[in-house]
Design a protein around this ligand. Structure first.
Ligand SMILES: Nc1ncnc2c1ncn2[C@@H]1O[C@H](COP(=O)(O)OP(=O)(O)OP(=O)(O)O)[C@@H](O)[C@H]1O
Ligand SMILES: Cc1ncc(C[n+]2csc(CCOP(=O)(O)O)c2C)c(N)n1
Ligand SMILES: [Mg+2]
Ligand SMILES: [Mg+2]
Ligand SMILES: [Mg+2]
Length: 372
């Protein structure tokens, strides 16, 4: 009880903090981002200038996170939000086989967010920025009335002749994924149902929270997969290093396996056939789904936010690619094959084939909206 009062007082004090001036706030949020590269003009002027390495193609991508669409205040701590927004962008760089270089942050801040929470959000970004040695090169900050919006633009580099495109799949290729799928979507279900902040991963705060520890003990991996996804950057680079030997298609899994396969199939004008028994599901997901009497596969096919990689390569490369992944202790699983066709995705189970029509997360689809 005493502890709760102390927590409440801390929150109230935070709310009473004077609002910082825009420029002071930007300085406080960004001053401790270590630089890993030399830039002719770093963050702080009208725009930054950076020096790409010669012979490298520049990868540019942007993905944003919006409060109550990508996270709720109960499902994600500020640390998780910052971490995951950068992870989603590094994942798109991974899907191009690239090496992350730097990033920019655009932020619309509502009055309900305290400077302390914003600093925590930047600490989440810093965790990955340090891990991948990427520099913060700039950004933009505005106020907004209601919900926080965080948009990250990431820059990466890849050999200019290496292109792991969605349109590279060919009939006869095999389909692979670089890890198990569905954990993140199950984690989201658990968090939405719990409707309270559960913070594994930044565990400090919950170290003494015995109730959370006990109730969510077997669900830690699922919750972490949702809050702190690991972008498969190394896996993407490994595939890029093998791409001169055959055409490789690659996509990261943000909207669910079915949706990403459908993007590859339609860009490449082929059909993709997945083998149901081969789709890797974690033991934790299967145990949780069995407990809830729900189908674990639908979390892998339609859940999203796994940030693993799915792609295709010619059958002749299978042995070499699998050996190379295993030498580096990285997972890779063949889950299907590519056929002539017009952009369809099929799934087989014991020689029975069915078409996958429901695709995955779509911002303008009513089914997803009703979940929020
Ligand atoms: N508003 C936009 N204006 C211009 N191009 C866009 C816009 N939104 C998306 N795109 C482009 O459309 C393509 C597909 O975008 P999408 O966001 O679906 O890819 P993704 O980042 O891999 O998926 P996700 O957003 O689910 O992580 C990308 O090349 C992207 O640059
Ligand atoms: C509170 C809450 N409700 C629903 C979801 C699920 N969700 C939101 S966006 C998205 C796809 C990836 O986003 P994008 O396509 O914008 O990259 C998914 C699976 C969530 N994370 N939090
Ligand atoms: Mg996107
Ligand atoms: Mg993306
Ligand atoms: Mg992507």
């Amino acid at each position: 009880m005493e502890k709760r009062n102390a927590q409440q007082t801390e929150k109230e004090q935070e709310k009473e903090q004077p609002r910082l001036d825009e420029f002071e706030l930007i300085h406080q949020l960004t001053h401790d981002f270590v630089n890993y590269h030399q830039h002719p003009v770093p963050n702080g002027d009208d725009a930054a200038i950076y020096l790409p390495e010669s012979g490298q193609g520049q990868i540019l991508c942007v993905d944003m996170m919006v409060e109550d669409i990508h996270f709720k205040r109960v499902t994600m701590s500020p640390f998780h939000i910052g971490y995951k927004a950068l992870a989603a962008n590094l994942s798109d760089i991974a899907a191009m086989g690239g090496k992350p270089h730097s990033f920019l942050v655009a932020l619309a801040i509502p009055p309900s967010w305290s400077p302390t929470e914003l600093k925590e959000m930047y600490q989440g970004m810093k965790k990955l920025a340090d891990q991948y040695k990427v520099d913060l090169l700039g950004g933009d900050t505005t106020s907004t009335k209601d919900k926080l919006v965080l948009s990250i633009t990431a820059i990466g580099q890849v050999n200019k002749n290496t292109t792991l495109l969605r349109s590279n799949a060919k009939a006869g290729d095999v389909v692979f994924v670089t890890g198990s799928l569905g954990d993140a979507a199950a984690g989201l279900d658990i968090l939405l149902q719990a409707n309270q902040r559960i913070e594994y991963g930044t565990a400090e705060k919950n170290k003494n929270n015995k109730i959370v520890d006990k109730v969510y003990k077997n669900k830690e991996q699922l919750i972490r997969a949702h809050q702190l996804p690991e972008p498969h950057v190394k896996q993407g680079q490994l595939l890029a290093s093998l791409a001169q030997r055959g055409s490789i298609a690659l996509n990261d899994i943000s909207d669910g396996l079915a949706s990403e396969c459908s993007e590859i199939a339609s860009s490449s004008k082929v059909n993709i056939v997945l083998n149901k028994e081969r789709i890797p599901l974690s033991n934790e997901l299967m145990a949780w789904a069995e407990d809830r009497q729900t189908d674990s596969l639908k979390y892998a096919l339609h859940g999203g936010e796994d940030y693993k990689l799915v792609g295709t390569f010619p059958k002749e490369l299978e042995e070499d690619i699998i050996t190379t992944f295993h030498q580096d202790n990285l997972g890779i699983t063949i889950i299907g094959h590519v056929e002539e066709g017009h952009g369809e995705v099929w799934i087989t189970e014991k020689n029975q084939r069915s078409r996958i029509v429901e695709k995955g997360y779509n911002h303008f689809n009513e089914t997803n909206k009703s979940k929020n």
